[in-house]
Ligand binder design. Structure first.
Ligand code: NAD
Length: 479
């Protein structure tokens, strides 16, 4: 794949541009490769190519589109072991999670391959005699897709599969932290039989490729996943051109554990939600809100389970927790740990010196107790293997604290009470609610998204994706 180039524009791989490297976070002596950033001119060319290809692709037959999407999905699934290993090496998630991500990405394409055929409109009788009304959906145009590093292929897949399925053209701007994974994905999409220019990929820093997409009047919509800070910037720029935007951003997800919880379920869900993926998931359980009656047993069990987690090289099969993605994220995590300690939180795991054979950004999963919901660490997204226990007196207090956040992506409750679970489902102010399950982990055929600062715009995935990737037309026909 190394001879492909970094940027795919109008069906051609380009090899010029300012170079940047990708480093393995499990072993910083391992340089994955040197890549080229797209210039502003390259990005403008990619947008123009997508615009020029739109007429042909938006009028392509449903069967052609379905065949292409199925083909992309099949290749991703067939090569999930190989590309999953590349993700593990480049992003640092354990290899099984990398393989799972690529497999899931294939499922997104297969799902939307089938969705191509669901071209259902609506018919209405007009208020006027002998007139009928048709409500149909049409492709939107050119979609700018801007993605983060934590799911290098899955986030791109869940945006690009519906974009193509509904007849749009795409310019992808992946995170500059994962260029090799982006090339592996772009290569599969490129070879799928799409007409040239329908799919383009421009790499490099957000300040060039990202901003060029965001500021372009020739982009009809931007679908972004990343931090709140970048999302806000994108929204402000896009609105100047009346560009449609969809933003999926950070969170501060709460997992509520009630006195009647099954303790094994509570500990398994908390460990999975807080620490798997090195806590670098937008749905990670960073706040563990625990009722007083189960608090001490839960904390004791969590300490044991957290200390037993195997932290190591993402490519080792035994590793459960990989490194954090880079030095910047490592330093940010350390800053939040210091801030929590300064605010009086008690660190019960995480203070051991972590020795791993390789030179990487390793961090022992860190659990704090004696925290409250006003501490900085419980208000801001950390995006690392760090979780805080907040002790509460009853369910009502747990619900109030769970909802007391600027964010609202995912929340969970561990309880055996149907009454409490039902109340929580209805009153939790988040886009996804989990009952006796980790806050992380979602299906690919149903909507995904959050509330408050976590999301802006229509939901992603499942049948709801059409709200963003199509535009509605109302036609009146006199007979
Ligand atoms: P980030 O905001 O730093 O970067 C995301 C993307 O935006 C990258 O491709 C980056 O190059 C680009 N970008 C940066 N500055 C830009 C600018 N000025 N204009 C246009 N594009 C720009 O986020 P990240 O560190 O890559 O990802 C981590 C964040 O992503 C976390 O906050 C996490 O919660 C969030 N996330 C959310 C979801 C979700 O579905 N809600 C899923 C995964 C990750």
């Amino acid at each position: 794949m190394s001879n492909l180039g970094s940027n795919l524009i109008n069906g051609q791989w380009l090899k010029h541009g300012q170079s940047f490297t990708s480093i393995n976070p499990s072993d910083t002596t391992d340089c994955i490769g040197i890549y080229n950033a797209a210039s502003k001119e390259d990005c403008l060319l990619a947008i123009k190519s997508a615009r020029d290809a739109f007429d042909k692709w938006s009028n392509s037959s449903l069967e052609e589109r379905k065949k292409i999407l199925d083909g992309i999905g099949d290749e991703l699934i067939d090569r999930s072991a190989e590309i999953g290993e590349l993700i593990a090496r480049e992003e640092g998630k354990p290899i099984a999670e990398g393989i799972g991500e690529v497999y899931r990405s294939g499922q997104f394409f297969q799902y939307f391959g089938a969705e191509v055929l669901r071209q259902m409109g609506e018919l209405a009788t007009s208020t006027r005699p002998n007139v009928n009304v048709e409500v149909t959906r049409e492709p939107l145009g050119v979609i700018g897709v801007i993605t983060p590093w934590n799911f290098p292929i899955a986030v791109a897949a869940w945006k690009i599969a519906p974009a193509l399925a509904f007849g749009n053209c795409v310019v992808l701007k992946p995170s500059e932290i994962v260029p090799a994974s982006a090339i592996a994905f772009a290569d599969i999409v490129h070879r799928s039989g799409l007409p040239k220019g329908v799919f383009n990929c421009v790499q490099g820093p957000g300040s060039i490729a990202g901003e060029t997409l965001t500021e372009s009047k020739d982009i009809d919509a931007i679908s972004f996943t990343g931090s709140v800070k970048t999302g806000n910037l994108i929204a402000q720029k896009a609105i100047k051109n009346m560009t449609r935007v969809q933003l999926e951003m950070g969170s501060k997800n709460a997992l509520v554990i009630l006195n009647d919880a099954d303790i094994d379920t509570a500990v398994n869900c908390a460990i999975n939600g807080a620490f798997f993926g090195t806590g670098q998931k937008c749905t990670a359980s960073s706040r563990l809100i625990v009722e007083a009656g189960i608090h001490d047993e839960f904390v004791e069990r969590m300490i044991t389970a957290t200390k037993a987690l195997i932290v190591g090289d993402a490519l080792e099969k035994t590793t459960q927790i990989g490194p954090v993605v880079d030095l910047r994220q490592f330093e940010q995590n350390t800053k939040y740990i210091k801030s929590a300690q300064k605010d009086g939180a008690k660190m019960v795991t995480g203070d051991e010196t972590l020795k791993v054979n390789n030179d990487g950004f390793y961090m022992r999963p860190t659990l704090f107790t004696e925290t409250n919901n006003q501490m900085e660490i419980n208000r801001e997204e950390v995006f690392g293997p760090i979780a805080c226990v907040i002790k509460v007196n009853n369910y009502e207090e747990a619900l109030t604290i769970s909802n007391d956040s600027d964010f609202g992506l995912s929340s969970g409750i561990i309880t055996q009470s149907l009454k409490r679970a039902t109340h929580f489902k209805r009153h939790s102010a988040s886009g996804c609610v989990m009952v006796n399950l980790p806050t992380a982990g979602t299906d690919y055929h149903v909507p995904f998204g959050g509330r408050k600062a976590s999301s802006y715009g229509p939901r992603e995935q499942g049948t709801y994706a059409k709200e963003f990737y199509t535009i509605v037309k109302t036609t009146y026909v006199s007979s």
